[in-house]
Design a protein around this ligand. Structure first.
Ligand code: SF4
Length: 347
């Protein structure tokens, strides 16, 4: 077990894992050169439909046996464990960049599934027409990282000062977002009047809105549709309400994930100490992928999750009792003020 939090960020023992833009000739050549006895292929939810075709292609073109990891995965923080794929000596992880300061349990190839598709001129015109503020921080999901340069140029040609931040060692490239880490955006927050997220869905715009106190617009490159800013005030008020409901909880469960890149035992132990110092009971609960059913029927009043912060923020309502992030837990104990709201960032 490794601890993503305790490990020094400049750990020289963590070389960059091989990274590929798509499933192409360079990946096939690298797999052949590695000569694995068995490969485990991990795909995120959005690519499940293509998983078996991709596995067949890899088998055919590399000659290696390829198994597909069926567990839902959400990030490069939960690559297949030894128990999930005991015979695999190579993992191929689709749809994610490596997390530079997280160790993998076996050699792992990351395939970012990048797409340069998107009418950047049209996107820049849409942004300018909507009068999005001119000092604009740019944040992208990994699939759209190739749009950063051309879109920045198009926006600059329309009078924009585009701010692209490089985050800490949990992020692989400038402008990147992880649902638990927006330190690239935070690096340029002071100068930015607003942020533009380039990608699909609300997951990153919501996380970004929690992390930076600025309007967050988003644009989907495939459709060219610009979404208006997320209502940060409403997000924060909803979380403050959850904190208020948990304030009188006496018996707490402190959730610790066993996934390599989500494991924060030192944080959990520090929180347990804080809870006890405030006269609360607090028990460590170990889990890999947390399911709401895991918390049903327990004699605990509330939970704090030291694993993926988006469990509390996005899925908290699916759980039978309040689930808080570590900063929210300290708010519930009265050790942190409710304002300014603090996003739970993994470093
Ligand atoms: S901890 Fe959560 S948000 Fe961060 S990379 Fe993992 S799944 Fe994504």
């Amino acid at each position: 077990m490794t601890d993503g939090e305790a490990r020094p960020l400049d750990d020289p023992a963590l070389p960059s894992p091989p990274t590929f833009a798509t499933v192409g000739a360079d990946l096939i050549a690298a797999v052949r050169a590695a000569g694995p006895k068995r490969v485990v292929l991990q795909v995120p939810a959005g690519l499940v439909r293509d998983a078996h075709e991709l596995a067949a292609r890899l088998r055919e073109e590399t000659g290696a046996p390829v198994d597909v990891a069926a567990r839902a995965c959400f990030g490069a923080c939960d690559t297949p464990s030894r128990d999930e794929a005991p015979r695999a000596d190579l993992a191929i992880v689709l749809g994610h960049s490596p997390i530079p300061n997280v160790r993998t349990v076996r050699p792992t190839f990351f395939v970012e599934m990048r797409s340069a598709q998107g009418d950047v001129r049209g996107m820049a015109e849409t942004v300018a027409r909507a009068a999005v503020p001119k000092r604009l921080g740019l944040v992208v999901s990994v699939q759209h990282r190739d749009l950063v340069e051309p879109l920045s140029s198009e926006l600059a040609a329309r009078g924009y000062e585009v701010l692209v931040g490089r985050g800490d060692r949990r992020l692989a490239f400038a402008a990147q977002a992880l649902g638990c880490n927006y330190t690239g955006a935070e690096a340029v927050r002071e100068r930015a009047e607003a942020f533009l997220f380039v990608g699909t869905g609300r997951f990153h715009p919501v996380g970004l809105a929690f992390a930076v106190d600025r309007p967050v617009w988003s644009i989907d490159p495939a459709r060219g549709v610009l979404e208006p800013p997320i209502d940060r005030g409403a997000l924060v008020r909803r979380r403050q309400l959850v904190v208020a409901t948990a304030r009188d909880a006496r018996r707490w469960g402190i959730i610790v994930s066993t996934f390599t890149g989500q494991h924060r035992l030192p944080t959990a132990l520090a929180l347990q100490e804080r809870a006890r110092a405030r006269g609360r009971e607090a028990e460590i609960l170990l889990t890999d992928r947390l399911d709401p059913r895991d918390l049903v029927g327990r004699s605990l009043d509330a939970y704090v999750s030291t694993s993926c912060p988006r469990i509390a923020l996005d899925d908290g309502e699916s759980y039978p009792r309040p689930v808080l992030t570590p900063p929210e837990f300290l708010m519930a104990l009265g050790e942190l003020p409710l304002e300014p709201y603090r996003f739970d960032t993994f470093h």
